[in-house]
Design a protein around this ligand. Structure first.
Ligand SMILES: [Zn+2]
Length: 341
């Protein structure tokens, strides 16, 4: 017999029955940065049946300090994070089905992911507020639990949102300080990541084995450097007229108007541009075209990266691009249209 999960099965609240349940479940992880790689590795080692992981970015050297699935080779190749994560996760546990998606999570894409792949649980591993609002709306609309996690510096915060039971992220906004969790803040230490991952994955395991009574039901936050730790009940912040979890929900963040086509990326001095209509580039052809113009080009099967002096333009085959070296959306757009028409 395979001893792989024996220690987890010896843990009474999981047991052999719990292990079977874990095996039948599908977790959608949104983001493959620090929190996403941590959650993904833990869940894959725990033997979850299927993991879908989606991310729009590629591996860079500055990720290696805390994004545990990635290696120097991934950074050198500028592999998309979802691709590099899948490769490593499959080495860790070949029994788990891993679905890696390189792309942006918009309202349309998230709803498509949920309705076609029917995950049992959503893990928040994003670095931005807009995507969390999207996850929150989608989770409540399709009644799937989602586990919030965020960290910056030595600070972290987490909560398990359960549609029909707990208030939602929208309800929290006026009450709970989410300051310090925005893009402007730069640094982070890896133990803060690991702590949030621990909180997220523990609640995830409880949900996967359906041990609802064991859920923490508290918003937990900590600052490891300042030796602070708090856990508060937030049931009372639930709003009857909340547009996401109230009696007449409209799920505002899933509506088309809320979708942004351009976005300044968190703490990255970078802008992302998505063309209104998806393109279908032959990346090698595109790379050759840039090379002919005398530009320094790097190409792999997923993206083309072009150096433009102070800026760098990275293009994916569907036309989505990251422009590094600027936070100015207009400037980024003019670069995009100058080189891609
Ligand atoms: Zn709400």
């Amino acid at each position: 017999m395979n001893e792989r999960y024996s220690r987890q099965e010896l843990f009474a609240p999981i047991g052999e029955e719990g292990q079977k349940k874990i095996r039948q479940k599908h977790v959608l992880i949104i983001g493959a940065g620090a929190l996403g790689t941590g959650s993904a590795e833990a869940l894959v080692r725990a033997g979850v049946g299927k993991v879908t992981i989606v991310d729009r970015d590629y591996v860079e050297w500055s990720n290696l300090q805390r994004q545990q699935l990635y290696s120097e080779a991934d950074a050198k190749e500028r592999l998309p994070k979802a691709v590099a994560a899948k490769r490593r996760l499959q080495e860790v546990n070949s029994d788990v089905e891993i679905d890696a998606i390189v792309g942006d999570v918009t309202a349309q894409e998230l709803e498509e992911l949920i309705t076609t792949r029917t995950p049992d649980l959503l893990m928040d591993a994003t670095d931005n507020f807009d995507t969390r609002m999207l996850i929150n709306d989608a989770a409540y609309k399709y009644r799937i639990p989602w586990i919030y996690g965020a960290c910056v510096g030595s600070y972290g915060i987490s909560y398990a949102f359960i549609p029909g039971k707990t208030p939602c992220f929208h309800c929290l906004l006026d009450t709970v300080p989410t300051g310090g969790l925005t893009c402007d803040t730069a640094g982070i230490i890896s133990p803060a990541v690991q702590m949030v991952v621990s909180y997220q994955v523990t609640e995830a395991l409880k949900i996967l084995v359906e041990d609802w009574a064991a859920l923490r039901n508290k918003l937990v936050s900590f600052d490891l450097w300042k030796n602070q730790h708090t856990a508060i009940r937030i049931d009372s912040v639930k709003k009857e007229d909340c547009p996401t979890c109230g009696s007449k929900p409209s799920y505002p963040f899933l509506s088309y108007e809320q979708q942004t086509k351009t976005a300044v990326l968190c703490g990255r001095n970078s802008v992302q541009i998505r063309p209104a209509v998806k393109r279908n580039y032959d990346l090698q052809e595109l790379a050759d075209l840039f090379a002919k113009q005398g530009l320094a080009v790097h190409v792999n099967p997923y993206l083309v990266s072009v150096s433009l002096g102070n800026e760098r333009l990275v293009i994916f085959s569907d036309g989505r691009a990251l422009i590094h070296g600027t936070k100015d959306i207009q400037e980024a757009k003019s670069i995009y249209y100058r080189y891609l028409g």
